[in-house]
Ligand binder design. Structure first.
Ligand code: AMP
Length: 121
């Protein structure tokens, strides 16, 4: 099964995205449907479908995503004010794109808990 998602196409510049950061391991771009004044997605260039698929050899790249989040926060000047990073996994986590990505949300106070329960009819 191919690991290719829309994010692979963004990495390969096959579809447009508003890219704000790039290095050898990762890419960060603006979410197309922002849930905060600043909503970025920080992704590894290497496709990993879900958190469940992270292996021992992926440890560096997965840790790197958090390093990039902190770097971007400082660059944007939101580091002291605060922000949220979150990674969704599979159906109950609300994952829709199966290439792991760190959501970076900033620019407004975040609520907790972060979910809305779906009530049964
Ligand atoms: P998740 O639901 O955690 O898998 O998050 C997927 C995110 O990708 C959603 O917040 C979408 O708005 C975002 N997204 C989907 N397609 C694109 C795209 N082409 N460019 C930027 N963001 C996208």
């Amino acid at each position: 099964m191919s690991n290719e998602t829309i994010f692979t196409k963004i990495i390969n510049r096959e579809i447009p995205a508003d890219i704000v950061y790039e290095d050898e391991l990762s890419l960060a771009f603006k979410d197309i449907n922002p849930q905060a004044p600043t909503h970025l997605l920080i992704i590894p260039k290497q496709p990993i479908a879900t958190i469940n698929d992270i292996t021992e050899t992926d440890r560096e790249v997965v840790g790197h995503l958090h390093f990039v989040a902190g770097k971007i926060a400082k660059e944007l000047g939101v580091d002291a004010q605060g922000y949220r990073v979150v990674m969704n996994c599979n159906e109950y986590g609300g994952q829709t794109v199966f290439h792991i990505h760190l959501h970076f949300l900033a620019g407004k106070p975040m609520g907790w808990p972060p979910y809305t329960e779906k009530l049964k009819a």
